[in-house]
Write a protein that binds this ligand. Structure first.
Ligand SMILES: [Zn+2]
Length: 348
């Protein structure tokens, strides 16, 4: 298995052939990089001489979001075949192998609503996604914490969870910056996002059950959910649209500076959450076209949704909608309403 993996570098293929788990194994490359396979879809690289950076890249948390899976699979392949030599400690995660095989967002439950312990709440560990969320948390903890405690203070942790959205977007690429509990937004992270061609950033104001919030809150990582475009089947992604993100991620892996202009807040469309619309009854209905783009705005007063007797109308000028989905379970978010905001040019 090791020889085949080094020769062809196709870790995604190995993962998809073993969606329910893979016994751990490890080996080293001729360039000194230590490779550890921890599980199906979980591969860790330790350079012989690593920088202070501990980088986690995740994709396929939603199984049908193929472009990030292709980007990460190619990165892993290039490392295994020694075309890309990592200078940072790197953990690459293919989030939901069974859903990738099925070509579906999820098998039974949205994996990105199960982190920060939510996998074990309510009914508990009742399905594969809940088990996977718990395991992914453990792998991230193991990755960040396996160094000697004395070195931890100086480590620079990051986790970029790569997605593509179900629908089109007024801004093709955007990032969700998890709630920081009052800690400052990081200027260097905005610069990295710009290098990825991501110029729209949504600043969250509350804790969440997402993977990126988990990494940020539980491990102090610089962490984002990054939406790189629209969902397409494998092989149908126009990879040129992802070239800047791909280049920026590879620069990070080589511990090289990313190519981007100095930070200026005016380069970005920055939004914050205004309100979250929760589905309360089976009658929840959206009052706009199914193919509406994320970040669409309507004039104040426009009817957006009804839920039994409740009407949701646009309340503020510039209020924009994202992630509308009437098919979520009762009690889950059916749509997020956001409003433009600004950050200063002097971030942390
Ligand atoms: Zn997604």
């Amino acid at each position: 298995m090791v020889q085949q993996l080094i020769a062809a570098g196709d870790f995604l293929k190995l993962t998809l052939a073993n969606p329910d788990g893979l016994a751990p194994f490890s080996f080293s490359l001729d360039n000194g990089t230590q490779v550890q396979v921890w599980d199906s879809g979980v591969i860790c690289f330790e350079p012989e001489q690593a920088s202070n950076d501990d980088l986690v890249l995740s994709c396929g948390i939603h199984g049908n979001e193929t472009a990030p899976i292709e980007i990460c699979a190619a990165i892993v392949q290039d490392i295994l075949t020694a075309h890309l030599v990592p200078k940072v400690r790197l953990l690459v995660l293919f989030g939901n192998p069974a859903a990738i095989n099925a070509g579906s967002r999820e098998i039974t439950e949205n994996l990105n609503r199960l982190f920060s312990g939510y996998h074990s709440k309510g009914a508990g560990l009742i399905n594969a996604e809940r088990h996977r969320a718990k395991a992914l948390e453990q792998y991230v903890s193991q990755f960040y914490q396996q160094l000697p405690v004395t070195s931890l203070a100086t480590r620079n942790r990051s986790l970029y969870d790569l997605h593509t959205a179900i629908r089109g977007s007024r801004f093709e690429k955007f990032a969700v910056y998890p709630y920081l509990h009052g800690k400052p937004w990081q200027q260097a992270e905005f610069v990295f996002l710009a290098a990825c061609d991501v110029n729209t950033v949504l600043l969250m104001q509350t804790p969440a059950t997402t993977f990126s919030y988990y990494a940020s809150h539980s491990h102090g990582a610089n962490s984002f959910t990054i939406e790189l475009g629209k969902v397409k089947p494998f092989g149908q992604n126009e990879m040129a649209r992802f070239a800047k993100a791909n280049d920026a991620l590879r620069a990070l892996i080589r511990a090289e500076p990313v190519k981007a202009a100095p930070f200026a807040s005016s380069q970005f469309n920055i939004y914050q959450v205004y309100r979250s619309i929760i589905k309360q009854t089976q009658d929840f209905k959206l009052h706009f076209a199914d193919d509406i783009e994320n970040f669409t705005c309507y004039p104040p007063g426009t009817l957006l949704a009804t839920d039994g007797d409740i009407e949701y109308r646009v309340e503020r000028q510039g209020e924009a909608l994202i992630f509308p989905n009437a098919n979520v379970a009762i009690g889950q978010r059916a749509m997020l309403m956001v409003v433009p905001t600004t950050v200063t040019d002097n971030l942390g």
